[in-house]
Design a protein around this ligand. Structure first.
Ligand SMILES: [Zn+2]
Length: 486
């Protein structure tokens, strides 16, 4: 396999049950909206292959990584459909990676403790059964958590490392050729030993404590990373390590959280990749993203920093952020490329020459401060509104028939309709007398209405994300108020 920078370009679709929305496949609730037919998946695989991806990664989220996931009709259908996707990928030169947290299991996101023998036996059994069941996947990835992780019964980052090596050996014994990925995600090793908890905790997910998994300590980092280096040999052959440039949410190599030295030390012994969530679309900020200057800048830093072979490109909105996905794949293929020129070429293929006119207006969607968003707008509300109206007009002039031959999912026509919806919405939000309640309802209906049909999730982020978007505009009511990040 090629070892050059960006050789492994991974499309990572996180369709977990807390990230459901109108643009993500619903993989868990037959009978509810947003189920994808096999044909949707095949069109998606064809599209991402054309964009330049050569891997597809999916999360076997805790709701599936449990006894019920294995046995239920929804779990069996998940396996059937994903196996068909794996097959399609192989026809298109796209390998598939299955990702699961080491020990987080079930719809309530409970983390089983490696230091409790019965719980650890259960974890081993789940890994063995899912590994056997998904016998067509090319890679199996272990990551620490988020959600979940254990700090009960003396569990530490070192426990996570040792126990991951044990699971990796189990996987290897069942699948002699599969590639294994070991994730360092977090500050590092998210939550293991540093996750705080109340008295009597039995490993269940507690939203109020989850942020403590990000608590950084130099001592913990030194100790655990050294332990990993000493124990890399415990992992089977063909193990890749994913490690970002920084042990923080943005993967930034700043200050004490700088991980570049460790990445290089690991890179001498095993292949490395990044696992950076922050670059493409953040989480639960569902809108058409355009944040590519930072994406390409980070790729150039990665290329210079350590022998990275590639990494993940995260999405929870594959039916809306096709441009982001294209840019993300291209950022690995050519970190020196100009994202504006790529965007212009992308839209010219879809809509002919007039498609290029969209490009300077698309950053307007990145008005709201959000994880990974560094776009600086600084427009008065009046000017923002004027430009957003211009985008609405531009979109109205485009002919989706131009892009009929392009491998795209869903159709170019549907994609154009979505861009129009968001341009109209943002024009409405920044207009002179918005009806915020009605605009909120429009957004909710289009994006998150599926949650009206579900019991309360352990992680109710969609409501908060919708409120944040509306409040951003509602709290800046005057024409001269500035719109833009910060
Ligand atoms: Zn434990």
């Amino acid at each position: 396999m090629s070892r050059h920078f960006g050789a492994e370009r991974i499309y990572y679709n996180n369709f977990a049950a807390h990230l459901l929305n109108g643009y993500n496949p619903n993989m868990y609730y037959p009978g509810l909206p947003h189920r994808w037919h096999d044909s949707d998946w095949f069109a998606l695989i064809d599209m991402i292959a054309e964009f330049g991806f050569n891997h597809f990664e999916f999360w076997l989220e805790p709701r599936l990584f449990c006894r019920e996931g294995l046995d239920s009709a929804a779990g069996q259908e998940f396996h059937r459909q994903m196996s068909a996707v794996v097959e399609r990928g192989h026809q298109r030169g796209v390998k598939t990676i299955l990702l699961a947290a080491l020990a987080t299991s079930g719809g309530d996101w409970r983390t089983l403790c490696p230091n409790v023998p019965e719980e650890w036996a259960q974890v081993r059994q789940l890994w063995a059964e899912w590994t056997r069941r998904f016998d067509g996947v090319d890679g199996i990835a272990i990551f620490p958590g988020d959600p979940g992780a254990c700090s009960r019964n003396g569990c530490t980052a070192e426990t996570y490392i040792d126990k991951s090596a044990e699971i990796a050996q189990l996987i290897r014994s069942l699948r002699p050729t599969v590639e294994i990925e070991f994730g360092t995600w977090g500050p590092p090793f998210f939550g293991w030993g540093n996750l705080k908890f109340p008295e009597g905790w039995q490993g269940e997910f507690i939203p109020e404590y989850q942020h403590t998994a990000w608590d950084f300590s130099r001592d913990r980092t030194e100790r655990s990373m050294r332990h990993l280096l000493q124990h890399l040999a415990d992992f089977p052959d063909r193990t890749v390590v994913s490690i970002n440039m920084g042990f923080n949410g943005n993967g930034d190599p700043d200050g004490e959280a700088n991980a570049v030295g460790w990445a290089n030390e690991i890179g001498r012994l095993r292949p490395i990749r990044t696992w950076d969530f922050s670059l493409t679309e953040g989480e639960n900020a569902v809108l058409p993203h355009y944040r590519f200057d930072r994406l390409f800048a980070q790729r150039r830093r990665e290329r210079a920093a350590a022998p990275y072979r590639g990494g993940i490109c995260f999405t929870m909105t594959p039916r809306l952020n096709q441009l982001s996905l294209y840019q993300a794949a291209q950022s690995f293929l050519d970190p020196d490329a100009d994202p504006e020129a790529l965007a212009a070429g992308f839209y010219e293929r879809l809509f002919g020459r007039p498609g290029r006119d969209l490009v300077p207006l698309l950053p307007l969607f990145e008005a709201v401060p959000d994880w990974g968003n560094c776009v600086q707008l600084h427009l008065s509300r009046g000017e923002y509104h004027r430009q957003m109206r211009l985008l609405v007009e531009c979109l109205g002039d485009l002919d989706p028939a131009q892009g009929q031959a392009v491998a795209f999912h869903p159709t170019v026509e549907q994609y154009l309709a979505e861009l129009r919806f968001f341009a109209e919405l943002f024009a409405g939000l920044s207009g002179p007398a918005p009806d915020y309640g009605q605009l909120r309802q429009q957004y909710w209906q289009r994006v998150y209405a599926i949650y009206d049909l579900l019991p309360a999730h352990v992680d109710p982020r969609p409501q908060a994300a919708t409120d944040r978007l509306i409040a951003y505009f509602a709290d800046r009511p005057r024409e001269q108020d500035l719109i833009g990040a910060g």
